[in-house]
Design a protein around this ligand. Structure first.
Ligand code: PEP
Ligand code: MN
Length: 337
């Protein structure tokens, strides 16, 4: 529930309400405004049970009806802004995370990073631990890949987004990454979510290929309930009967999730569609739909890529897309760096 305190309630009055809620087992999230303080209380009781409305310092008690609480817009009306390394995610500025599917070599990553940098994107992606469907496919360079990402950050100033597949490697990934990615296949790996919740880095949470929007928001709730509020949701396509594309990009999720939640929403058209030819159209559509950013796979030489070459843009196509995205951002009243 949300407890809205009366205008200019005193610290003592706020403390009394917090204490009362804590004593009956609520977890408290306090938001002290200049004019008004709002107390978020997460627990299992119904607000009527608590008798708060009888307290003169309390203006109103609003129940959060959704099963996700911290992630809901009822809990926090204004959009979450995530500040990381001089970049603000979720505000007026649209950000692009781009780079190869996997870190393959120093040459490949440095070349990709320099294109990403000069195109105006702010974040470099690249997997060091790859969740591959086949155990015989390239699985990633692991720690060596993380070191190369750190070198690329050093050389370009780009922020690093990379996937963690397993709680055992999380400390290492979190040491190198600016933003930790939880992949679609791990969206409901609750033990991993609980660990990621303890890390002091923002998290990109991909939507599971078969996850309903509510399940996706509940996964975000797991991370937030554990103390990490910096969650970026990323739609990346869901399973459907359609087999011409790799997945079906659910762009409807963008306005729906922006309505239900205050968390920033990104779209990854590359993994959704699986074919480079259609990626630019859907990246532009994502911005039109209200996404806060996109994630794009780009490889210096897609034909030689060790993973996801078919969906990776060439540097040239990527640079053209960036210029189109800037125009599209303007159309929807937003900007790009
Ligand atoms: C990725 O971004 O590298 C990736 C594997 O994506 P997803 O988890 O969405 O399949
Ligand atoms: Mn990929």
């Amino acid at each position: 529930m949300i407890v809205i305190m009366r205008h200019k309630a005193t610290d003592d009055e706020i403390d009394a309400v917090v204490l009362r809620l804590e004593n009956i087992g609520y977890q408290i999230h306090l938001s002290r405004g200049v004019e008004r303080t709002i107390i978020g209380a997460i627990g299992n009781k119904t607000p009527g049970d608590v008798g708060l409305e009888a307290m003169p310092s309390v203006e109103k008690v609003v129940p959060i009806l959704q099963p996700y609480k911290l992630a809901s817009r009822t809990f926090q009306e204004e959009g979450t802004l995530i500040r990381v390394g001089g970049v603000e995610i979720g505000g007026d500025t649209i950000h692009v995370i781009a780079g190869p599917c996997a870190v393959e070599s120093k040459e490949q990553l440095m070349e990709a990073a320099s294109i990403v940098r000069s195109s105006g994107a702010t974040m470099l992606r690249g997997g060091a631990y790859k969740p591959r469907t086949s155990p015989y496919s390239f699985q990633g360079l692991e720690e060596e890949g993380l070191k190369l990402l750190a070198e690329a950050r050093e050389a370009t100033g780009l922020l690093i987004v990379t996937e963690v597949m397993d709680a055992r490697t999380l400390p290492l990934v979190a040491e190198y990454a600016d933003i930790v990615q939880v992949g679609a296949r791990n969206m409901q790996n609750f033990s991993l979510l609980r660990e990621v919740a303890k890390v002091d880095k923002p998290v990109v949470l991909k939507r599971g290929p078969s996850a309903a929007i509510e399940e996706w928001l509940m996964a975000a709730e797991h991370i937030m309930a554990g103390g990490n509020y910096n969650v970026i949701l990323c739609e990346r396509g869901i399973r459907s009967f359609e087999s011409y594309t790799r997945n079906t990009l659910d762009l409807t999720a963008v306005p729906v999730v922006k309505h239900l939640s205050h968390l920033p929403v990104f779209v990854d058209p590359s993994h959704a569609i699986g074919k480079w030819r259609y990626v630019p159209a859907m990246a532009k559509a994502a911005i039109a739909a209200g996404a806060d950013g996109v994630m794009i796979e780009m490889h210096p030489n897609p034909a030689e890529a060790l993973s996801d070459g078919a969906q990776s843009l060439t540097p040239n196509n990527f640079v053209n897309l960036m210029s189109d995205l800037k125009k599209m951002a303007g159309v929807v009243g937003r900007k790009m760096p």
